[in-house]
Write a protein that binds this ligand. Structure first.
Ligand SMILES: Nc1ncnc2c1ncn2[C@@H]1O[C@H](COP(=O)(O)OP(=O)(O)OP(=O)(O)O)[C@@H](O)[C@H]1O
Length: 588
């Protein structure tokens, strides 16, 4: 069944407009019903529709009430709201309330067709007239609340870290724009108008955002929730927090995922080229324009246009961008023709745009249009618990990219990382790890390479067993000891009931005397008895931690693996290797 058999409810009190919309949409092949008031719309909505075209002003109330009621009832209809000409407030309010998109009066039929086509995109058949036990909306009165439909849980698999990395974007070295190929189409056909299952591309994009802190989990849930409408999203976060990753995840989880994602660094384009770059240019329109060329808006047609560092746009260009957003069309430089645009806008900045507005450097009306939905990414200092996992994942990526063998962390390496403030967030962490890899010796990442000038390696290095990152999986495994790495005395084995640490804890080595420093890689000045058999000692550490995790999770291996940052396959392998009894075979 084609998408054109989708069903549309047109709600408008003006008979001429109702008829015009109806005829236009019927001609497009849709099944159309009409209603002239909120009351009639509520009655019609006893059945399910695919799209509801809602006029804002109706004799018995505001169209947005229907939108809110559908949202509150968790209904799947996508609402396109028709707002009065130039009413940015109404449009923004409707989008925030969950409208799929909006149209401004006077409605251009071309635009109506395009937006409805976009709203029904991916559908496989009509649903009108199916009394299928949908949650009903109240026959009158305001909604009891906003949509509380649960966001699908975001699976965070260990394999996330092995996903191919997005290109590292070194400051200053970034190209101004990138257009990306369409994402692979989801393997499963979509269920008609049911909450759409997360596609593989969508899941992978979320998994690339490493971090399971509550703060990051909230960011991911918000992405999933807001990805599917056309509402502009503004991403705010300090430099290096992963704004581009969020933009990619929004695109990959949107229904435009099969369209292009055009990422533009607004700060990297010379001012005199901005207009041509954004809107395209006709041959001969400026020196060097030897042929017609598309702009970002045309290149992103049917997809997402990501405007990074939007705060860097000069005021004159802000005005032109605002017009393009309001009118939904652009005019290429040197052309007399306007072209309709069909993009979803995502913008980002590390600046406080509200403050920029107050200072007169950013247009308030543009800010209002772009900031319909905000996604804030917390800085790394507000989610320090993500640091070990981020370190492992980034090292994994570095090891893969550089084709190096396994990388081992010198004792104290993670602690040295943890002692830093990271004002440059994940990018700074990434750069630091780059440096550590470049300075590594025989695959050993040295504490000294991540210490600040003058900081003693020994001041951060605690006597902890070393760890290795293998390129094959996100696994920390105890590697063979470095030639002179400090070791933990056998008597320091953590008791089974001791708190579990990612790295088996051991008492710190005795502090060196004043002024005494310990050379990196050299044994601390005073180290207690060495174990006779390092591998056996390390195995015992691992064994006890696994037993404890299993006990605490009632021998549920999946839960135990998750507690330890392993996947099921990895924990099974370790349980088997260390011959740990787990009771009845099928536990966990
Ligand atoms: N949660 C994360 N998981 C894995 N990698 C991350 C994460 N956050 C950021 N990164 C990595 O850190 C680097 C910086 O991220 P990104 O470019 O998205 O930051 P940004 O906020 O856009 O920075 P800027 O404001 O400077 O443009 C990238 O290489 C990105 O892959």
């Amino acid at each position: 069944m084609s998408e054109k058999t989708a069903s549309i409810l047109v709600v408008d009190d003006e008979p001429d407009l109702r008829l015009l919309y109806e005829l236009t949409l019927v001609r497009e092949g849709y099944t159309v019903e009409t209603a002239e008031s909120l009351a009639q719309a509520r009655a019609s909505l006893a059945h399910r529709f695919d799209v509801v075209l809602l006029d804002m002003r109706l004799p018995d109330g505001l169209g947005i009430e229907i939108l809110q009621e559908l949202q509150a009832a968790g209904r799947p209809e996508r609402c396109v709201v028709v707002t009065a000409y130039g009413s940015a407030e109404n449009a923004v309010e409707a989008l925030r309330a969950g409208a799929f998109d909006y149209l401004s009066k006077p409605v251009e039929l071309k635009q109506l067709r395009s937006i409805v086509a976009s709203a029904v995109q991916g559908l496989s058949g009509a649903s009108a007239g199916i009394p299928n036990g949908l949650p009903s909306i109240p026959s009158s009165g305001p909604p009891s609340g906003v949509n509380q439909t649960a966001v699908p849980p975001v699976p965070l698999e260990q394999e996330a870290a092995t996903a191919p990395a997005t290109p590292a974007s070194a400051a200053g070295g970034r190209p101004a724009t990138r257009v990306e190929a369409a994402a692979p189409s989801p393997g499963q056909p979509q269920q008609h108008m049911q909450p759409v299952a997360m596609s593989r591309a969508g899941r992978v994009a979320l998994e690339r955002m490493v971090g399971r802190s509550a703060a990051m989990q909230a960011v991911k849930e918000r992405i999933v929730k807001v990805a599917r409408s056309m509402a502009p999203v503004h991403i705010h976060g300090e430099s290096g927090t992963g704004k581009e990753l969020v933009a990619r995840a929004l695109h990959a989880n949107s229904q435009r995922a099969e369209g292009p994602l055009v990422a533009v660094n607004c700060g990297a384009i010379p001012e005199n080229l901005l207009e041509a770059e954004f809107f395209g240019a006709k041959k001969g329109s400026y020196t060097g324009a030897t042929q017609d060329r598309e702009g970002f808006f045309q290149a992103a047609r049917g997809g997402t246009l990501f405007l990074d560092e939007i705060g860097d746009l000069p005021l004159a260009m802000q005005t032109k961008l605002l017009r393009a957003i309001q009118e939904r069309c652009v005019r290429p430089l040197g052309s007399t023709q306007e072209e309709m645009v069909d993009v979803r806008l995502v913008s980002a900045t590390h600046r406080d745009l509200a403050r920029e507005v107050a200072a007169g450097r950013f247009r308030q009306d543009l800010f209002y249009r772009l900031n319909v939905i905000e996604v804030r990414i917390p800085p790394l200092r507000e989610r320090r618990e993500d640091l070990p996992e981020l370190t492992r994942a980034l090292l994994q990526r570095l090891a893969q990219d550089s084709g190096m063998g396994p990388l081992h962390m010198e004792p104290g390496f993670l602690e040295a990382m943890a002692s830093r403030a990271f004002p440059g967030n994940v990018r700074e962490l990434e750069n630091l790890l780059h440096r550590a890899v470049a300075l590594s010796e025989n695959g050993w990442l040295l504490v000294a390479s991540v210490c600040d000038e003058g900081e003693s390696a020994a001041s951060v290095a605690r006597a902890t067993p070393a760890m290795a990152v293998t390129p094959a999986a996100d696994v920390l495994i105890p590697p063979p000891a470095p030639p002179s790495a400090p070791v933990v005395p056998a008597h320091a084995l953590p008791p089974v009931d001791a708190p579990v640490a990612a790295v088996p804890a051991a008492p710190p080595a005795p502090a060196p005397a004043d002024g005494e420093t310990t050379a990196v890689g050299a044994a601390p000045a005073a180290v207690e008895a060495l174990p006779d058999d390092l591998q056996a000692w390390l195995d015992e550490q691992e064994r006890q931690i696994l037993i404890r995790a299993l006990k605490e999770t009632h021998y549920n291996r999946t839960a135990a693996a998750s507690r330890l940052g392993l996947n099921l396959r990895q924990i099974r392998y370790r349980i088997e290797r260390l011959n740990i009894p787990v009771g009845p075979e099928e536990r966990g």
